[in-house]
Ligand binder design. Sequence first.
Ligand code: AFP
Length: 342
Amino acid sequence: MYDPDQQLMRITTIERHILEEQKIHPEATGTLTYLLYDLAMAGKYIASHTARAGLVEVLGSTEEYNVQGEQVMKLDRLADQTIFRFNDHTGRLAAMASEEHADLIPIPEKYPLGKYVLLFDPLDGSSNIDYNTTIGTIFSVYRRVTKDGPGTLEDCLQPGRNLVVAGYLIYSVSTMLVYTTGSGVHGFTLDPSLGEFLLTHDNIRIPDEGKYFSVNQGYEKYWSEGVKRFTRHLQGLDGERKPLSARYIGSLVGDFHRNLLSGGIFYYPADRKDPSKPEGKLRLLYEAIPLAFIAEQAGGYASNGKGNILDIQPASLHQRTPLFIGSRELVETAEQYLKTYG
Ligand code: AFP
């Protein structure tokens, strides 16, 4: 018989979950809790716009190009502005950095400064926008290392080992928020009727047995011998394993999220496609590091092909890196191929 109480007892809102996580850290002041909650709110706001994208004429590009030389989409700008506005006045942050901005984003002088810095890729996979395909937002939070005054580059250029929070929002069949504070990875699905993120994926563990491999194979001719051979291995063409299925959306959040739940590997290797980007396309700070932290917390692994992404000391805000991420054994196998064949 339908028992509403049973159903209610199964519901955990993101707010409740974050507050319960806070109890694990008795020294916590609650600042991080509210920061996460602000990010969830920003995500809801962005999701409400992405869901109406085609209707309110926010689809399409602006005439501007961002610091990476890519055309800025209108939704990119909306997402960028949303995250900034939800976080600029709270007194929780010392500075922000966004994939869409060349430099650090200072906190406006009229607002108080806080002890964290927030880095984000406001709308990852934005070339998918016009085709109504999965996009996402990636975020990461570090404790500032400078003592006081406005946050500096030094506060943002920290290795992933120092991360306090990493997460992403995925705008797809449903909207989800997935995050870790270093004690497991938890996923929440937005219930549109309640306007609330509810816990649907508690303590996500990436399966050891990979199901999918995800790579833009269209660029194979630009790859190194090691990457080519590794890909043949995943396809079972060397006779050493059963083939994995191929899946590639072209939105890192989407590809990563699927493989996180199903097991598998995503990679965007260094290639010879564009001499100005010898390290491939992905950004260390805004994409690779936060997802590497999530992968590790879920029992997986992320590498630049030579070693752990989380151990890299970033040198600049928009640094790029090769990325191999997913089920541990597959990523370690990739490292072996690259070591042996280059
Ligand atoms: P866009 O935001 O320009 O669509 O780039 C998305 C992205 O950084 C990442 O989300 C994808 O995995 C990757 O680029 C796809 O790049 P290719 O189109 O070169 O495969």
